[in-house]
Design a protein around this ligand. Sequence first.
Ligand SMILES: [Zn+2]
Ligand SMILES: [Zn+2]
Ligand SMILES: [Zn+2]
Ligand SMILES: [Zn+2]
Length: 347
Amino acid sequence: MIFPRTARYDRVMIKVNNLFLQENITSFPVDPFQIIKNNKWGLLTYSEIADEQGAWIEDIIAAFQSEDGYTIFDGTNYTIAYNDTIQNQGRIKFTLMHEIGHIYMNHLVDFDETVLTRSELTDKKYKVLENEANAFARNTLAPVMVVKALDLKTSIDVADHFGLSQAAATVRLKSLIMDYRQLLSPFIRFQREHFRQFIEAGLYAKQCLICSHHFVESDADFCPVCGYGALVNRKGVDQMIYKGYLLDDSSRAIICPCCENEHLNYEGENCKICGVTLVNKCAPTYVTGNTGLNYWEESCETKLDGDARYCVKCGNESTFFQQGLLKDWKTEKKEIEQEKEMEELLF
Ligand SMILES: [Zn+2]
Ligand SMILES: [Zn+2]
Ligand SMILES: [Zn+2]
Ligand SMILES: [Zn+2]
C-alpha cells in the first residue's frame, strides 16, 4: 500500500462510526477494555512484561519506544501492551483507544510494522499514522457531533459528559473545529441519529430542588414527583429514585401496576382484570383557588412518565397518583432514607 503523505481524516471518521456500530456504542463513557475483550485481542501491561523479562518499566518503554502503549500483530491476532504504571486513568483510556485506532485503521497490516516504531528514517511516516490514531481516539471517546449538539464549551463540561480526564477533554475541544471540517454530511446525520438519546438526556436533564428528582424532559415547568416548579437544568446522578412503572411510548403500562396482569395487548385505557387506568397522564385535579374556593382544574392531557405523580406541564395530579399506585413523595423519601440507614447499620 502506498504510504499516505498526510493523515486520512475522512477514513478515520468512517472507522470511528464503524466502531460505534460494531460495538453497539450509543452512550458515553466508552470502555476500551470492553472493546478489547469483545474482539478477543490480547492485553498486556508493562508491569507484566517487565516481570516476565526481569526488566524495569524503563526498559520496556525504551524497547517499545513508547511511554504509553504499543500494539503487536502476529499475523492473526493483535495484542495491545499499555503502561499501567501511569496514574492517570483518563490517559490510559486515551492510549488504549489510540491503539485500537491503529488496529481499526489496519496500520499493522497495510504498512511495515517497523513504521510504528519511531526512528529517524520513519519519523515522518510515523507521525502520519500517529495523527490518524489520535484522531480516532478523540472522536470515539467524544465524537464531534455529540460535543457540538450538547454545546459544550469548557473542558470541565466535556470531561463530565464523556468521562474523560481534563487533559483529554482539552485536546478534544482544541481539535473540534478541525474534526468538524472532516465530517461529511452523512457522518453528521449518522452521529446525530445514533446518539440522539444521549444528546437529549444531556440537553434536557433537569433536577428538582425540592425532592432531588432527576429526569429528562424538553419542556417541563413542574417536577413530576413533587409537583413543585423548582427545576434547574442539570445533568447528574439520581440519588433519590422514586418508584415508578415501566410504560410504553404512549405512556401505557406494560404490566398492570395494580394486579400485575401482563396481557394488556388490547385497545382501551383500563385493565380488563382490575379496571385501573393503565395510561399515566394529567388528571382533572381538585384544587384550592386564590379566593379560597375549591374547584376542578381540567386535565391538559399530557402523557407522563411511569414515576410521575404530577403533570410536568400544568402541575395537576397524575392518573397513577390519584389511583393510589404511586406514593406521596414525602412518604417515599422517608422510607428510602430509612432503608439507607438500615443498610449502613448492617454493613
Ligand atoms: Zn501510536
Ligand atoms: Zn420534585
Ligand atoms: Zn389490573
Ligand atoms: Zn397537565
